[in-house]
Design a protein around this ligand. Sequence first.
Ligand SMILES: [Zn+2]
Length: 123
Amino acid sequence: MAALHRLPEPTSCVLWREPERLRDLRMETVTVFEEDEHFRRALLKCPECGQLYFYEMHEEVDFENGQDPVTRLYTPVPTGEHAAALSLAASPSLQRVRPILRDVWPADQKTSTIAWWRVQAGN
Ligand SMILES: [Zn+2]
């Protein structure tokens, strides 16, 4: 199994202790790397502490049901350069980055599930 790519834990960010705050926190967009209707990669900043996050949104198009499943990944990064490097990586490589905050909304659920995948748990 490939090694995990470990990044520093964003211990001073409110999202580290209270990931549910993602629902009401208005993240600031610093840079958009890639964007279309169903896919977005950007560098975001926490409005409260300034912590940077590499963000990826991926929407699966489901023509049969009204709502499409959406996955949002927030990878805390120490610098914008880290985010730029991640923006060049293929999506599956993000699966090996820890910690990563995942906001997953399956089509058949009323709301999304927000959880950290850390080095020790969640995988
Ligand atoms: Zn923060």
